[in-house]
Design a protein around this ligand. Structure first.
Ligand SMILES: [Zn+2]
Length: 261
């Protein structure tokens, strides 16, 4: 049974008909042998929609405030309040995706201090409710590591999604006990990917699609889907020589540890 450790089911195009969309995803999971998927909703306007995910025990919910929304400081308290209300009301299984993205340096969304503030508030919330954190990091490893250390992330459950941690910092994140998911948008032949495949400990390995936003072997950006994760398992086996059975079993165990299932 396969697991998509990180995708997005609730987004602009799906938000109008979430019950139908989730029913279709549930059917697709059964048809494709998908055991669990984690749906990340990071737009406060859609937080309330995660109540529909509760109908499906194999669809886990993560909610958080998207780092791209951090720039508008006048909204911080309103967003954080909405996040807390929905965590209390709808019991998501994780806080995510949270994180830092400094690639936005060239876009109007670049506001590192504001991103860091929101991230720290979300870490505190995850600790308070004893929930795993799903983290995005791009060009921000040093700051992310400092913040995680400050909040004793080694005592938390942390999933670095779509791993782009650089060689300089990878061992530090491993030492903090993080889990890491591989996504096809790294492309399995790139040198970075070879590094991640080699360095992610087998007992911390997960796979994800980041669908629909990321592309996959089968689908272009914006059109990928949770079942595309199966190709990532196969590609990993091809690159490592590991047997599919053992990878499926280990990833399942890892995921169950992360989510205490
Ligand atoms: Zn994502």
């Amino acid at each position: 049974m396969f697991i998509d450790a990180h995708c997005h089911l609730i987004y602009k195009e799906s938000s109008q008909n979430i019950p139908e969309h989730l029913a279709a995803i549930n059917k697709l999971m059964q048809e494709n042998n998908l055991d669990y998927i984690v749906s990340n909703t990071s737009t406060p306007d859609y937080f309330h929609l995660i109540e529909h995910e509760k109908k499906y025990p194999k669809i886990l919910s993560a909610i958080a405030i998207n780092r791209n929304l951090a720039k508008d400081r006048s909204k911080h308290q309103e967003y954080l309040k909405l996040l807390r209300t929905n965590v209390e009301k709808n019991n998501p299984e994780a806080i995510g995706e949270v994180g830092l993205d400094y690639y936005a340096e060239i876009t109007p969304n670049y506001a590192p201090k504001a991103q860091q503030y929101i991230l720290e508030q979300e870490i505190l919330l995850a600790k308070e409710f004893d929930l795993p954190l799903v983290i995005h990091s791009l060009y921000s490893d040093a700051d992310l590591l400092a913040i995680l250390r400050k909040h004793h992330a080694e005592e938390m459950r942390v999933h670095i999604h779509g791993t782009q941690i650089t060689q300089t910092f990878m061992q530090d994140f491993i030492d903090l006990g993080c889990y890491f998911s591989l996504s096809y948008y790294h492309h399995f032949d790139e040198p970075e990917m070879v590094f991640w495949i080699d360095s992610i400990p087998f007992d911390r390995l997960l796979f994800e699609t980041d669908s629909p936003y990321a592309y996959s072997v089968q689908n272009e950006k914006g059109k990928s889907s949770p079942e595309d994760v199966i190709s990532n398992y196969h590609l990993y086996c091809e690159k490592t020589g590991k047997k599919l059975d053992s990878v499926v079993k280990q990833v399942s165990n890892n995921f169950k540890c992360l989510y205490r299932l």
